[in-house]
Design a binder for this molecule. Structure first.
Ligand SMILES: Cc1cc2nc3c(=O)[nH]c(=O)nc-3n(C[C@H](O)[C@H](O)[C@H](O)COP(=O)(O)O)c2cc1C
Length: 182
């Protein structure tokens, strides 16, 4: 079981990171887990050069190349994002744009997400779901949300957050086992 966890917040140990970690804790020890902290990667938004149309892959030489490799390696992709201005973080948006060339490459990989924020989280959820469905991924998880209640607050006032995040992990495992049943 190969899992790629993509941390989309500028805060390495922030709320969405805690939720990703709670989801990952559900996986058995034999699971291989790779982690990417987008805020620590150097990459641009899609420049619309359309070179990928000719080359069949993205030709921009930045840290997205390493992220592509990890995405292709993974069987399960788990994305965590804070809600920033009513949507995913800018790093997640940049990453999603840069996967435009990957049409078909992520097909049938299992995808899950966790989201944190105070309110206006609907678009964040929609964006992550649309990303996974556009890639024909199998959308899993249980839609874990972490409410901070105050601006840049913690998850401590939302007792369901980490539990829901763990259930996201459990649901991804369940789907994986279903798909890999002998
Ligand atoms: C630039 C910025 C914009 C934000 N916009 C929203 C927002 O529109 N809605 C919301 O609920 N929270 C918003 N927040 C708060 C974060 O979503 C919230 O504190 C989240 O839990 C942070 O997660 P993190 O610790 O993983 O970064 C914003 C935070 C920042 C830094």
């Amino acid at each position: 079981m190969k899992i790629l966890a993509i941390y989309g917040s500028p805060r390495r140990e922030g709320n969405s990171a805690q939720m990703i970690d709670a989801a990952l804790n559900a996986f058995p020890p034999k699971a291989e887990i790779h982690r990417i902290y987008l805020a620590e990667m150097k990459f641009s938004a899609c420049g619309a050069c359309r070179e990928c149309k000719i080359a069949g892959e993205c030709v921009v030489e930045d840290d997205m190349q390493a992220i592509y490799k990890e995405m292709l390696w993974a069987e399960i992709i788990l994305v965590g994002s804070p809600t920033q201005f009513s949507d995913v973080s800018a790093d997640i948006k940049k990453m999603m744009e840069r996967t435009w060339w990957m049409k078909g490459e992520l097909k049938n990989k299992i995808g899950g997400y966790v989201v944190s924020g105070r309110r206006y989280m609907e678009s964040t959820i929609n964006t992550l779901q649309a990303f996974m469905l556009r890639h024909k991924m199998i959308l899993g998880g249980n839609g874990a949300l972490g409410y901070t209640f105050t601006e840049m607050g913690t998850l401590e006032h939302d007792p369901l957050a980490l539990n829901d995040a763990r259930n996201t992990g459990l649901r991804l495992i369940e789907l994986y086992e279903l798909l890999h049943r002998p």
